[in-house]
Design a protein around this ligand. Structure first.
Ligand code: COA
Length: 165
């Protein structure tokens, strides 16, 4: 029997957007199982706690996928490469939105490769309509009263409302 290919899709997901969901959907064409790894980026301050982010992801996954038994959500503690190894992942999946993402992703991939050369990073280009979404913009636009319903789910909007009131 052929071993299952497990991909890790890591990110801050503060909060998850339609752009992330699109990458998750498309990743399932190249891996059998996907683990959404919620990590804290030490250079960012998060609005939602890890458990709140996990609940938001769980809710969106349930609405977006009929069969979701091949999608898991886990917290990444420590290094992503160690987390990937512990979970028997064959690859790390990242979305690329614009050329501006490239340099940062290039450096991160290089560092991860030095830490564990057995794990490859695979990039998927964001689809056009998602290429300008970022969690920070969603939070800023929502805070200033803008409509973010094209970027995040209604459930996420309700939770953003709670944070802003
Ligand atoms: N559609 C829409 N938006 C997208 C997207 C897509 N397909 N892909 C990424 N984004 C956005 C995110 O919303 C996020 O926006 P923000 O900056 O406004 O929050 C931004 O692009 C990039 O964030 P994300 O994909 O969440 O990555 P990150 O840079 O915040 O996280 C980690 C990077 C978590 C993967 C990295 O910090 C990590 O691996 N941490 C674990 C510790 C570790 O191993 N460190 C060493 C790394 S070398």
């Amino acid at each position: 029997m052929v071993n299952k290919r497990i991909g890790i899709y890591p990110g801050t997901f503060d909060p998850i957007t339609f752009g992330h969901l699109d990458i998750i959907k498309r990743s399932l064409k190249i891996v059998d199982d996907i683990i959404i790894g919620i990590a804290d980026n030490i250079n960012k301050t998060s609005l939602f706690s890890i458990s709140e982010r996990s609940e938001l992801i769980k809710n969106d996954i349930k609405s977006a996928f009929n069969h979701n038994s091949n999608i898991q959500i886990k917290k990444v503690s420590g290094l992503l490469t160690d987390f990937s190894k512990k979970n028997n992942a064959t690859c790390i999946i990242r979305g690329l939105r614009a050329v501006s993402d490239f340099e940062y992703e290039f450096q991160m991939t290089g560092m991860n490769f030095q830490l564990n050369p057995n794990i490859e990073t695979v990039f998927l280009m964001s689809s056009d309509k998602n290429s300008f979404i970022s969690s920070n913009f969603v939070k800023e636009v929502h805070k200033l009263g803008g409509d973010v319903s094209n970027f995040v789910s209604q459930n996420t909007i309700i939770n953003l409302d709670k944070k802003n009131n």
